[in-house]
Design a protein around this ligand. Sequence first.
Ligand code: FES
Length: 434
Amino acid sequence: MQSLWIETAKKPKFNNLNGDINTDILIVGGGLTGILCAYMLQKAGVDYTLIEAKEICSGITKNTTAKITAQHGLIYNKTIKKYGVDTAKLYYKANSNAIQHYKNLCDELNCNFETKDAYIYSTNDVTKIISELNAYKKINVKAEFVNKTLLPFSVLGALKLTNQGQIHPLDFLYKLSKNLNIKENTKLINMTPNYAETNGGKIKFKKAIIATHFPILNKHGSYFLKMYQHRSYVIALKNAQDTRGMYVDHDLKGLSFRNYGDLLLIGGGSHRTGRSGGAWAELEAFAKRHYPNAEIMYKWATQDCMTLDDIAYIGNYSKNTPNLFVATGYNKWGFTTAMVAAEILCDLVQEKSNSYASVFSPSRSILHPQLAINGLESFLNIITPTTPRCPHLGCALKYNKYEHTWDCPCHGSRFTKDGKLIDGPATDDKPMHN
Ligand code: FES
């Protein structure tokens, strides 16, 4: 169940940390965000070190579908309602700049950036698509309403945004990371304001960026209340169809589509991590129905951190930690948002202002019913009397019979059958006695 990307790109190797060091900026986490931050800091001539507990891109990054777009579901209508037109304009600008940044880097690195149109479609509720179109008009973005697409089923309507893109994520990241100061197999064990203790030595730093998908430091920021994780599934089909675009259903439970070479990637089956879901069954049934001659070449799963207001948390880890920074909560739009995050964080750690920082500030005040739901979910799972417990904050783990893993419904940590850590925010294996 490896992702297509892993099997079609060659990873560079990096040494582990061996002894104590000093660095100006410590980056924790060698996924997409951490690598982009490292690249930009290196380009700016800033001293930095990136540490990764395992190997680079071995977490969620390898499972992305790498759609690069400023069209993030129905974000603009929601953002205008919640924060106003100016904030929505900034959100769009930050993301369209990110697309251009990817294009430029792909040119430099000789990676294939495929320009594609992005579509958000609906099969049952066109009013939301029309409201989103109106939101685009309010922020002066040109988009087109269409009711015909190349999808193998009819849609009630879709919103088309041109000049977006897609890439092979690991080909890009492996090339980008080649000459960066990265220490693999270097696990953070403890962190104080200016010191990090790792399994390879102590690191004295001035500022740190936590880029671990779900933030791993619980003491600040209350991310365990402000986020939960969603799991979803992908299949890659041969002999299917070229849809000539990137498509996402407006409903979180719907399907997404993009092509890579002669493969069609279909994503879907989304559910809160730790709750039961049908895994790949829905996608396989869809493939059988619409592409009876197709063959499944790859299948994999991924998970996403979901925030309270659908906007990522990028900036100071908390109000009380001026030298600690974070990027998380990409709400299924990880590829574009990671670039936005790297641009903002590289400015902030150099004490430069950034026009987009206020939009994504983790300290923005958000009152949302999901906050109470997240708190209740954790409470109920903490008091659930069952044996296997999560080493993060002690919630009851659920066995995932499709993937043979123990999954945590509270914040989405996952473990193998034998208790080895797969996904955080937990940082340790599940103790074998529970
Ligand atoms: Fe937080 Fe399990 S991930 S308690």
